[in-house]
Write a protein that binds this ligand. Structure first.
Ligand SMILES: O=C(O)CCC(=O)C(=O)O
Ligand SMILES: [Fe+2]
Length: 342
């Protein structure tokens, strides 16, 4: 499959022209910045201890205000299930070209498809990204699982089991955030978090990581994202104008605030721009579970954050209108944010 980087990326000594970013958008030497330890790693087992519960919730809220990112450990999801899920996900990209051709589609409306190189606002529209991805909805499981890849043979089983657990983890985190912000604990329980889509991202080792990107700068359009990573680093977050590198902790999930959580919290929680860089020695596979509102759901700042001194900062809109606009503007954070300001 000539379009998929996973089919030829390992055999080239240099990055093809169409993958080279303009100088101002290249990561340059920033593709190997050291890990920044200020993004908190939060131990969820502390929630069982009455003394530490309050502090843990405060740390989650503070991280969501300051970085829009935090990691969670001791989250209750079986480490072995995480490992098996990562393995079947990696295997998809190692399948034969013949098989990958069957999964590949250019049709964005296809519910399960393998694709590559989604152009974004940060490029000139033709720029390729050093990434292949497989995406499909995964909640409610029974509605979608039969459309997922049949090979690797355990894909449906492991990704299905992991999706159910990740959805529960997301609900738990949303309840903690609600509690920390003074919202009803079940505020996000229903339509606001009614759908979940996974994007399995695969970044083959890249011969010239300073010239290209796996995913260019963007913020996530959904409510909250739960990212399953492996041992290989690559995610960078823009913090006060500087790129900072996130340490990959294979037993942890990385959590990030999406646009909708920023809007509902009336700007209190932040969705931060982030990107994925590549490296020359190891392929990297991640799974981003995007928890999102149902398409007809009305999004607006929650009443709890509005009073005479705090007017609503954002308009009220249907999630589907936000999504269409985000796609049309290729995820340009500034343009998207501006048009939903009150
Ligand atoms: O793979 C990663 O580290 C990040 C992927 C990401 O940001 C996304 O899929 O939205
Ligand atoms: Fe993202």
């Amino acid at each position: 499959m000539e379009k998929l980087v996973s089919s030829w990326g390992n055999n080239v000594k240099s990055v093809p022209e169409s993958y080279i970013f303009p100088p101002e958008l290249r990561p340059g030497n920033n593709h190997k910045i050291p890990f920044n330890t200020s993004i908190p790693v939060i131990d969820l087992s502390e929630l069982e201890n009455d003394h530490h519960r309050f502090q843990t919730i405060q740390t989650i809220v503070k991280a969501s205000e300051e970085f829009g990112f935090f990691q969670v450990i001791n989250h209750g999801i079986d480490i072995n299930l995480m490992k098996e899920t990562r393995n079947v996900m990696k295997e998809v990209f190692e399948m034969s070209d013949e098989y990958k051709r069957k999964l590949y589609s250019e049709d964005p409306l296809k519910p399960c498809r393998l694709h590559t190189s989604r152009p974004t606002h940060a490029t000139d529209g033709n720029q390729h990204l050093w990434r292949d991805y497989l995406n499909h909805p995964c909640h409610p499981l029974e509605e979608w699982q039969h459309l997922w890849p049949q090979n690797p043979t355990k894909y449906r089983e492991y990704v299905g089991a992991c999706s159910v657990e990740v959805k529960k983890l997301a609900s738990r985190i949303l309840r903690l955030i609600s509690e920390g912000l003074g919202l009803k604990c079940e505020y996000f329980d229903k339509e606001l978090s009614g759908s979940m889509l996974v994007s399995v991202n695969h970044y083959p080792a890249c011969p010239e990581p300073s010239l290209t990107l796996g995913v260019s700068k963007h913020s996530d359009p959904n409510l909250i994202t739960i990212l399953l990573q492996d041992y290989v680093s690559g995610l960078q977050v823009l913090h006060h104008g500087q790129w900072i590198a996130v340490e990959p902790l294979p037993d942890a999930f990385l959590v990030n605030v999406g646009f909708q959580l920023q809007i509902i919290s009336n700007g209190r929680l932040k969705c931060s721009d982030h990107r994925a860089v590549t490296n020359s020695s190891d392929a990297r596979t991640t799974a981003a579970f995007f928890v999102a509102p149902l398409l007809d759901c009305v999004i607006e700042p929650a009443q709890a954050f509005i009073d005479e001194h705090h007017p609503p900062l954002f308009k009220s809109f249907k999630y589907k209108d936000f999504r269409s606009y985000y796609i049309a503007e290729k995820g340009d954070t500034e343009v998207v944010m501006k048009s939903f300001l009150a």
